[in-house]
Design a protein around this ligand. Structure first.
Ligand code: FE2
Length: 329
């Protein structure tokens, strides 16, 4: 690539809306051979890439010289965003750290699907950007679906204006159960000690209080915690409204929630969210979703406000390794 060029290419099934293409795909034509060259190229093109990211919601970088957690760390670091570590986060997923910045996306077993969500939108502190790196793709399946949250909410609003207003006005509360020990067989099995970065129940309670949660200890030594009121919809600088929450992931994937949504998700005033509304959002999301077709070495930069993401189930002998780095800017 010449000094300034960003080599955008088309791939099948990209979504087009107005001027935006979702996701944008950038192909290295071979001229960037080292990470230093990549870092210089990122620096030169940062403003253009960021403008594109805001418009599109996600950029897939293909053909860049990455093959490890360390090279991914360097590549993502070249954007210069402040780091958002797993340790500090209140993520419910069990993950493994490779570097301070880089960790596994989710240790849930391969048959488990992770449904669409904005990263950590069910907690009071969430990252603004998510980098994914495909170290090794699965034999079969394992795509990372991404979904344009602004388009989804616009359609929801058109079909169910009263429901959309309830989401805007009332916000949401989430109740999660954190086990006493990490459970890698669950998509949200992170223990309360790890989630809250504490050692004792007293420390946990102090932390929860500070964050505005209410809570209850369960007989098995676990913790049931309810968030303060969090937004269901966020209005971005460009005026777009995004469905910034974990409703689809909770409704579709959290244990027992489909049968009894109010056990985990309610409006901010504690009232029940209509099941038809949850089903509608889940169904509409399909129209605005693109499956990132991972190839080894791919990096995706996802705007956590514009796009939701998830994980398709997968199969085969090959170990799927998709790593993540979070940023806050
Ligand atoms: Fe996620």
């Amino acid at each position: 690539m010449s000094e300034q060029a960003i080599n955008y290419v088309d791939v099948p099934h990209q979504l087009k809306s107005g001027d935006s293409v979702f996701p944008r795909v950038v192909l290295n034509d071979g001229s960037l051979q080292t990470l230093d060259e990549c870092a210089a190229w990122i620096e030169q093109n940062k403003a253009a890439l960021e403008a594109e990211l805001k418009e599109s919601g996600a950029i897939l970088f293909r053909g860049f010289p990455l093959n490890s957690a360390e090279t991914f760390d360097e590549f993502s670091n070249a954007f210069g965003y402040p780091n958002f570590t797993y340790k500090e986060s209140l993520s419910n997923a069990v993950r493994i750290n490779f570097t301070e910045r880089v960790f596994t996306a989710n240790e849930a077993p391969k048959h488990v699907e992770i449904f669409l969500h904005h990263e950590m939108a069910q907690t009071p502190i969430s990252p603004s950007k998510v980098f994914f790196f495909c170290k090794t793709a699965a034999d079969e399946g394992g795509a990372t679906p991404i979904c344009r949250s602004d388009l989804l909410f616009a359609e929801l609003k058109a079909q169910q204006p009263a429901l959309a207003q309830d989401f805007i006005n009332k916000g949401l509360k989430y109740t999660t159960h954190m086990p006493s020990e990490n459970d890698v067989n669950s998509g949200q099995g992170r223990s309360w000690k790890s989630t809250l970065s504490v050692e004792s129940q007293a420390e946990a309670e102090a932390k929860l209080k500070e964050l505005g949660y209410s809570w209850k200890w369960t007989e098995d030594g676990g913790l049931r915690a309810t968030t303060p009121v969090l937004p269901a919809v966020v209005k971005l600088e460009n005026g777009k409204e995004v469905f910034y929450n974990q409703l689809i992931a909770a409704f579709m994937g959290w244990k027992g929630v489909r049968e009894n949504p109010s056990s985990a998700i309610t409006f901010g005033d504690g009232s029940a969210i209509p099941v038809e509304g949850l089903q509608l959002a889940t169904d509409l999301a399909k129209d605005y979703t693109f499956d990132l077709p991972w190839q080894d070495g791919d990096v995706a930069l996802v705007d956590n406000y514009m796009s939701m993401h998830g994980r398709r189930s997968y199969s085969g002998e090959r170990k799927r390794e998709v790593l993540v780095a979070l940023a806050m800017d």
